[in-house]
Write a new protein. Structure first.
Length: 371
């Protein structure tokens, strides 16, 4: 297939659905987890759960970078807003994420200079145009976006910029998957692995999952046919008890990944322990700026007082990110917590599970893409 509409063709989806049902007929229940926010949205948008048999349970995991950013990090970003002569630059999804007592959007309304950018390069341009200001970019994301932030730090050094800084809240996926499979709250039989992340990392970083834990893995693309084909590959692995890492997304993902992006990441960042919302501290799951580039590290440049972090007592975003619960289990869902008035990060982000459930809960399949 060459064209996007082919990957959304209803007949292809129904044929794959039929094959999946044939494969799992009479089999025990299988639990599959997608760990990419784009997968979560696609599954909801196209009603793909309705095309799976009852003995396949599809869960959403910690695949939304904004959602897994914990309140202490949000509070830290808000604290930087309150410093003098600071311009905060960020992706749009971060604006409305509630911290312990405020959000970037509220701080902007109160007079803070917070600007939405589409890439770190935009933040660089703002720093060049405002030499009297100190420009801080909020580095949030997985291996997909982290190389662009690394490139911005490299560019800032080459251009001799003295007023550009980064707060690195980046996360890396393999340690989080390890934490999930080692936990006992949810037993996962197979992972739908993230295509965007794996374009950078390559498939080999996941080999430990089938080798050490006996869990099936398939790297998947983001269209309905991609996801259903990946689900079929997973159930065949599980049924045959031959777990491995397979690559469904061959038009983009390779075994080696992107060597230039990986080198750039390694040159600028190093792995460090990081906190994930709902999961806690995961060893070596974050990226911090190396000492050689400390001049661009906002946390090492500015003194900052941060309020004591707290969570809304009824928000279950953390449990949703672990796959323990679903949005409909939350007492706040579609009552107090809505996209217009989000209580938790999972309702804010365009890749959040609660946002996906809210937006597409009454949809079977997107009427515009029936094929």
């Amino acid at each position: 297939m060459k064209y996007i509409d082919e990957f959304r063709n209803r007949k292809f989806c129904e044929a794959l659905s039929k094959k999946i049902r044939e494969e799992v007929y009479g089999e025990k229940r299988m639990t599959l987890m997608e760990v990419c926010g784009t997968h979560t949205m696609a599954i909801a948008r196209y009603g793909l759960k309705n095309l799976l048999p009852e003995n396949i349970r599809l869960l959403s995991g910690p695949g939304c970078p904004v959602c897994v950013t914990p309140n202490p990090d949000i509070d830290k970003a808000i604290g930087f807003c309150r410093l003098k002569n600071i311009i905060i630059t960020t992706f749009g999804d971060m604006m409305r994420v509630p911290g312990s007592s405020s959000s970037l959007q509220r701080e902007k309304a109160d007079g803070a200079d917070v600007r939405i950018v589409y890439s770190p390069n935009d933040a660089i341009k703002i720093a060049i145009a405002n030499p009297e200001k100190r420009v801080i970019f909020l580095g949030v994301g997985f291996e997909t976006t982290a190389p662009t932030v690394a490139a911005s730090i490299k560019d800032a050094r080459e251009e001799g910029l003295k007023n550009y800084f980064v707060i690195s809240m980046h996360k890396v996926m393999p340690p989080a998957l390890k934490a999930l499979v080692k936990g006992e709250e949810v037993k996962v039989d197979g992972f739908l692995l993230p295509g965007h992340v794996t374009t950078i990392t390559g498939t080999e970083v996941y080999n430990f999952i089938p080798r050490n834990y006996g869990i099936a893995c398939v790297v998947a693309g983001f269209e309905p046919v991609d996801i259903l084909q990946a689900a079929l590959m997973l159930v065949r692995q599980i049924k045959n008890k031959k777990p491995l890492v397979e690559n469904q997304y061959t038009r983009t993902v390779t075994k080696e990944g992107n060597p230039y992006a990986k080198k750039l990441l390694n040159d600028i960042f190093k792995q460090t322990d990081a906190e994930w919302r709902g999961i806690g501290i995961i060893p070596k799951s974050g990226l911090c700026i190396r000492e050689e580039f400390a001049d661009f590290d906002a946390e090492k440049t500015f003194e900052l007082k941060i309020e004591e972090s707290k969570e809304h007592p009824d928000c279950i975003c953390g449990e949703i990110l672990k796959g323990v619960k679903e949005p409909i289990d939350c007492p706040l869902f579609d009552t107090i917590c809505t996209p217009e008035n989000p209580v938790g990060a999972c309702m804010v982000s365009s890749e959040g599970t609660c946002s996906a459930y809210y937006k597409y809960r009454s949809y079977d399949i997107d009427e515009d893409n029936r094929g």
